[in-house]
Design a protein around this ligand. Sequence first.
Ligand SMILES: Cc1cc2nc3c(=O)[nH]c(=O)nc-3n(C[C@H](O)[C@H](O)[C@H](O)COP(=O)(O)O)c2cc1C
Ligand SMILES: [Mn+2]
Length: 447
Amino acid sequence: MSAINSLRTYLQVLESAGQLNRVKRPVSLEHELANVAATFARQGKGGVLFERPQGSEWPIFANGVVNQHQAALALGCTVAEVSDRMGEALLPQNGIQPQRVEEAAWKENVLRGDAVDIRKLPIPTHGEFDGGPFITGGVTVSRDPVSGRGNLSYNRMQVLGPHTFGFNVNEWRHVMQFYKVQQAKNEPLPIAIAIGLDPAIMIAAGCRTDADELTIAGAIRGAPVHTARGVTTDLDIPAEAEIVVEGFLVPNERRPEGPLAEFHGYYGEIWQSPVFEVTAICFRSQPIFQTIIPGWAEHIYLGNVLPREPLLLEYVRHVSQGVTALHIPPYANGFMAVVQIQKSNPGEPKNVCLAAFTAHVNIRQVVVVDPDVNIFDPADVLWALTNRVEWSKDVFMVPGAQGHEMDPTSDERGVQTKLGIDATYKPERRDYGARIRYPEVDLSKYV
Ligand SMILES: Cc1cc2nc3c(=O)[nH]c(=O)nc-3n(C[C@H](O)[C@H](O)[C@H](O)COP(=O)(O)O)c2cc1C
Ligand SMILES: [Mn+2]
């Protein structure tokens, strides 16, 4: 069973691992906070707790999972085990059902009716061209009106008024399916937004499954997630959340919402989105608000890295017994995979590329490397690309293949060229002997 069962216990774990940075000086919610968090992420320094965001009594946490070290801490495993741990957590038979409890700290403070004003929440405006303040790090809790099962998802929410959000939801999402069922009856869809959560729930909410994503969170924790009934909805909401915003999606109404920094690295368009009317804001005393920097490392980790590596692993292992590790690097927005293999045949790396292309539509570039290359280090991957690829022989393309419609290199229907690169060493071409290695040492012993 994991020692982490709340945001607060996770912060302790991050702090003891040197992956929590406390920012004590006042920081503006408008762009500055996002710029600081994005810089910490880019420099590999992990989580940030803004202790004094301007105009807010509540601290704000950003960068829950922005690097492989944090992913390992969140999943309770080593850096190399992350994709296998996720694979286990995603197996339906390993799911652990949530457990309902009476008490929840967020019931300590409840604002309803005229007391509701979402503009008082410390919601940052992140990207330079974002349309305004957006909740990006809240997890949507909903329920299938037909089967009654629970559901978690991420939906960005733009502040449109004192108790109104624009609520982004793509056509093929479960939440959209539930919304349409209610809309046909002209009835609202109750939802609750849980903010300030442990990483098991954050990771589970980014996964696609037909079950309640809380069962995946349970599998990651090795224990059931406790939930409590909402105060104005009958939804089962994670009891350890710092803040809960309850309400409903209005049937048959759409309003413009956007733009926002998107996962592919550009700003999206303005969408005509459902409207979320808030009926209650609940929070524990001195709560911690949480945000995800949109279009940056955590967004990609939760949406495109952790949920997808297991399926890719399954496909590449199917064609090669020699696969030793795999990573979808967050810096490539989920469009690339790096596969490490101990090859036994010179043609094997190319088969591995083909398998990765077909495992997930988003995968456009695959780089295959040897076991001596650190797939989590972009510099080492570039080293292999530079020193082990003969470009006229080791690269192949699949033009006219299907990719993601929002991939910046594909056309409007997602048609694009996939690229496979065998960046393994070819001793049959030329013998170089050993690669230079200076083993890494613990620098704290020397400085
Ligand atoms: C940080 C983050 C933000 C996301 N924002 C949205 C969003 O605004 N709209 C949307 O439809 N999907 C968004 N997604 C993707 C879905 O939330 C996610 O794929 C989820 O699994 C969908 O669950 P569902 O099918 O159960 O509704 C986001 C994912 C992440 C990780
Ligand atoms: Mn779902």
